[in-house]
Design a protein around this ligand. Sequence first.
Ligand SMILES: *[C@@H]1O[C@H](CO)[C@@H](O)[C@H](O)[C@H]1NC(C)=O
Ligand SMILES: *[C@@H]1O[C@H](CO)[C@@H](O)[C@H](O)[C@H]1NC(C)=O
Ligand SMILES: *[C@@H]1O[C@H](CO)[C@@H](O)[C@H](O)[C@H]1NC(C)=O
Ligand SMILES: *[C@@H]1O[C@H](CO)[C@@H](O)[C@H](O)[C@H]1NC(C)=O
Length: 326
Amino acid sequence: MKNAFGVFLLLHLQKVRTDLQYDNCAYWTSSKGFGLPEYTERIVLNDVTIFYHDSSLRSKMPCPDWINTTAGRHEWSIIHEWTDHNRYFITLAFQSAIHQFNITGSLSDQNIYQGSGCCSLYPNGTYRALLTHAFNGKDFLSLDINSNAIVAAVPQAAIYKNRRESDPVSIAETAAYYKKKCLDRLNILKQAPEVLIRKVPEVRIFEQQKAGTITVTCHVTGFYPRVVQVDWLGPDLQPVDEGITDVLPNEDGTYQTKKSVIVPEGDVGEHIYSCVVLHSSLPDNITRVWGLEKRSRIAVWTLLACVCLLVIGFGFWIRCQSDAHH
Ligand SMILES: *[C@@H]1O[C@H](CO)[C@@H](O)[C@H](O)[C@H]1NC(C)=O
Ligand SMILES: *[C@@H]1O[C@H](CO)[C@@H](O)[C@H](O)[C@H]1NC(C)=O
Ligand SMILES: *[C@@H]1O[C@H](CO)[C@@H](O)[C@H](O)[C@H]1NC(C)=O
Ligand SMILES: *[C@@H]1O[C@H](CO)[C@@H](O)[C@H](O)[C@H]1NC(C)=O
């Protein structure tokens, strides 16, 4: 039974790849009364801002040096072109939302319209995309990428929905981007030097004794990017906190996390437990072993006890020998 559990964990781990999850997101805002430029646009790949533009800037960010392919430069020119297109539609949606929500004249002077369009590539190869808009922090609409339709989250979005859907070519173009082209852009942008940064985790094991059990913690810190997998392997282990692991930021921009398990006292020194860390900075994994030290300490004490017994036994034998001679 114990062995079966160990085998199950190993199989589970082998299925997990250490590749990163990539998120290619665009964020647009149109606002009044927040001191922000009237329109802003940001393209972010895995928390790294690759492109920024707002209505107060005269020129758009030039193509960065690390984009050195024809396809890459072409993509950058599309980003520039779309800025105007996005600004037009986001402003239109904002005006429409203000009008529709303010029919009763109750809207404040501070209003904000936020759009986000993301596509994600998961380590298992799954691709997903999502386009949503919110008005004053509440869902306003989303795009159904498969049917080229706008889904109104509130009745006030109906006017803008009709306006967009009256131009099927434009909406099909947007949907086509999220179906496939967003992934092409992701593959270009993930070459950004800031996205390629990798920092190797440090792994340490701590133990804490509590009423008949030992809690062993695997502490992992100093890694970048954020995605990490930490697993304990060994028989009879019970997870702490339902095995949920939070990844927290360090001050230097790296991350840390920990995973604790409870080892029943009876098992201490009986088995070997390992903490296995998978991260994109590592070709394989980092494995730290716990339990061996206990076992070797027991071995050392056993050896010492045997030596003592031998010495005492030998002493007695000498005594007996010399007694016999007298
Ligand atoms: C593009 O840049 C990368 C990394 O900076 C370099 O390895 C590669 O040779 C460059 N390719 C071309 C076509 O210049
Ligand atoms: C909402 O409507 C009222 C009355 O029509 C108007 O005075 C006010 O400026 C409007 N507010 C916004 C944010 O448009
Ligand atoms: C791939 O991973 C994602 C995110 O973890 C998950 O939602 C999806 O179901 C997975 N797909 C397959 C085919 O395993
Ligand atoms: C960890 O990496 C080693 C090679 O360094 C490999 O033999 C072992 O199977 C890996 N363990 C897991 C759980 O992936």
